[in-house]
Design a protein around this ligand. Structure first.
Ligand SMILES: Cc1cc2nc3c(=O)[nH]c(=O)nc-3n(C[C@H](O)[C@H](O)[C@H](O)COP(=O)(O)OP(=O)(O)OC[C@H]3O[C@@H](n4cnc5c(N)ncnc54)[C@H](O)[C@@H]3O)c2cc1C
Length: 406
C-alpha cells in the first residue's frame, strides 16, 4: 500500500483541522477532506455561532499557534450568572448561581470567540503547514480498512490511503455509519436561534444563562457592546420567530432578554440550529477514531460541545504521538482503545449531564422549579462547590491531555 499521509481526516469543520495541526506537531501528516468549498467556509455569514471556549481549549489553541491570530477578537468571560425565570421577567430572578473567575487563580474561565475568526485561523494555519494537505469540495463516499492501512473513495472517484481514518464529519457522521457504529440519542424538540446583538450598556464580561420553560436563553459577551444570543425554543415557535422580519424578531426577544443592558439591536444575520443528542456507541473502529460531534453531539446548554471535541483532539494527538514514538502502527486496536478509554466515559457523562440539565430546567413544573431554585441557592452558598464548578466549566478538571495543561 502507498500512503498519501499518516492520517485521513473526514471533516474540515473545527475539530478536524485542530487534530491535523496537533498531529503535525507530533510529526504526523494528515489529509483533511471536506465537502464544502473553502470559499463557503470562510464567508463571514457561514456560521453565526460564537463559542464559549474553556480555558483548557484556549491553552490548546495557544500551543497550536492559533490563539495569537484570534486573541484580538476574543472576549474574556469573567463571570457567569445562571437564573431561572419566565418570559417577561428578565434574567434577574431572585434565585441564581454566580460564578466569578476571581475565585480561581488561573484567570478568566474562558473566552467567547466567533466562529468566523476561529475557522479562518484554523484554515490559515493548515495552509501554512507542510504536514497538512486540504481537499475542499470533495465528499467521502466509501472507506475500507485492512491489515496494512485504510482507504477512502471520494465522489470524484479519487482514492486515498493512510494508516488511520478519523471521522470529524459532524453529528450525522457518515464515517461512523459506514463503519457500522450505531448511535444513541434523541431529538430535543428544540431549535436554537442564534444571532449577535448590540446593546447600549457594557456587559462587563458577564455571561448570562436564563432558564425559561421552552428552553434556555444564553446571553454571551462579545468584544465591544455586543453579545451572542443562543435562544432555545420549540421547533414550531423557533420557525415562527425566524420567519419574522428583524423588527418582529427583536420584539419577541426583548421581553425575554429584559432591559439590564439597555436598548438592543441586531448586529448581523440570524441563524437556527435544530438540537439533538447523538452519541456514537463506540469512538473507535477498524483503523478508525471518531472526534468532535461525530463522536458526541450534545445540547449547547452548557457551551461544552466544541470544548469536548477539543479534548478528543488533544487526547488523540497525544495517544498517536506516544504510539509513533514507541514504534507502534497508529491505526491498530491497542492504540485506538487507549483513545477510547480516555475519552468515551467522560464524554458520555458530559452528554448525559447536559441532557438532564435541559430536562430539569426546560419546563414550568412548579415542583421542579422549586427544587432547582433551592439547588441553585444551595450551590451558590457553598464556596468549595462553586469553585469546583468553575474549574469544571473552565475545562481544568479530569485527566487533562498534555496540550491543555498550563
Ligand atoms: C447553537 C449552538 C451553540 C454552540 N455553542 C457552543 C459553545 O459555546 N461552546 C462549545 O464548546 N460548543 C458549542 N457548540 C457546539 C459546537 O458548535 C460543535 O461541537 C462544533 O461545531 C462541532 O465541530 P465538528 O468539527 O466536530 O463538526 P462540524 O462543524 O459539523 O464539521 C463537520 C464537517 O464535516 C464535513 N463532512 C461531513 N460529511 C462529509 C463527507 N462525507 N465528506 C467530506 N466532508 C464531510 C462537513 O462539510 C463539515 O464541514 C454549539 C452548538 C450549537 C448548535
Amino acid at each position: 500500500m502507498t500512503y498519501d499521509s499518516d492520517i485521513l481526516i473526514v471533516g474540515g469543520g473545527l475539530n478536524g483541522p485542530a487534530l491535523a495541526l496537533a498531529a503535525a506537531q507530533a510529526g504526523l501528516s494528515s489529509t483533511v477532506i471536506d465537502a464544502q468549498p473553502e470559499a463557503a467556509m470562510t464567508d463571514a455569514d457561514f456560521d453565526g455561532r460564537a463559542y464559549a471556549l474553556a480555558l483548557g481549549s484556549v491553552r490548546m489553541l495557544r500551543r497550536l499557534g492559533i490563539w495569537e491570530a484570534v486573541a484580538g477578537n476574543a472576549q474574556p468571560m469573567l463571570e457567569i450568572k445562571v437564573s431561572d425565570g419566565r418570559a417577561g421577567e428578565g434574567p434577574l430572578s431572585p434565585f441564581f448561581l454566580h460564578f466569578d473567575h476571581a475565585e480561581i487563580e488561573e484567570g478568566p474561565m474562558g473566552h467567547m470567540l466567533e466562529d468566523r475568526y476561529l475557522r479562518r485561523a484554523l484554515i490559515d494555519a493548515m495552509a501554512a503547514s507542510p504536514q497538512i494537505t486540504v481537499l475542499n469540495g470533495e465528499t467521502v463516499t466509501a472507506q475500507e480498512a485492512g491489515a496494512q492501512g485504510v482507504g477512502v473513495t471520494l465522489a470524484s472517484g479519487r482514492t486515498l490511503n493512510a494508516h488511520l481514518l478519523v471521522g470529524a464529519d459532524g453529528r450525522t457522521s457518515g464515517t461512523a455509519a459506514r463503519a457500522g457504529i450505531r448511535r444513541t440519542g434523541w431529538d430535543y424538540g428544540q431549535t436554537a436561534l442564534v444571532c449577535a446583538i448590540e446593546h447600549e450598556k457594557p456587559h462587563g464580561g458577564v455571561a448570562h444563562q436564563f432558564f425559561m420553560p421552552p428552553g434556555p436563553l444564553a446571553i454571551l459577551p462579545l468584544p465591544g457592546n455586543r453579545s451572542s444570543i443562543v435562544w432555545s425554543e420549540t421547533h414550531d415557535t423557533a420557525a415562527r420567530f425566524m420567519a419574522l422580519d428583524d423588527a418582529g424578531f427583536l420584539e419577541m426577544l426583548r421581553p425575554r432578554f429584559g432591559n439590564f443592558l439597555g436598548g438592543i439591536a441586531l448586529a448581523g444575520k440570524r441563524f437556527s440550529y435544530p438540537l439533538n443528542l447523538t452519541v456514537a456507541n463506540s469512538f473507535a473502529g477498524d483503523r478508525l477514531a471518531l472526534i468532535g460531534d461525530a463522536a458526541h453531539g450534545m445540547h449547547p446548554i452548557a457551551g461544552q460541545g466544541l470544548n469536548a471535541g477539543f479534548r478528543d483532539v488533544a487526547a488523540l494527538a497525544q495517544v498517536l504521538a506516544e504510539a509513533r514514538m514507541r514504534g507502534e502502527d497508529i491505526g491498530t486496536a491497542p492504540v485506538l482503545d487507549r483513545y477510547q478509554a480516555w475519552r468515551r466515559f467522560d464524554t458520555a457523562t458530559l452528554a448525559m449531564t447536559t441532557d438532564l440539565t435541559n430536562r430539569l430546567f426546560s419546563n414550568d413544573n412548579p415542583l421542579l422549579r422549586f427544587a432547582r431554585d433551592l439547588g441553585m441557592g444551595a450551590v451558590n452558598a457553598v464556596p468549595g462547590l462553586r469553585r469546583g464548578l468553575i474549574r469544571e466549566a473552565a475545562g481544568l478538571t479530569g485527566d487533562l491531555p498534555e496540550l491543555m495543561r498550563g
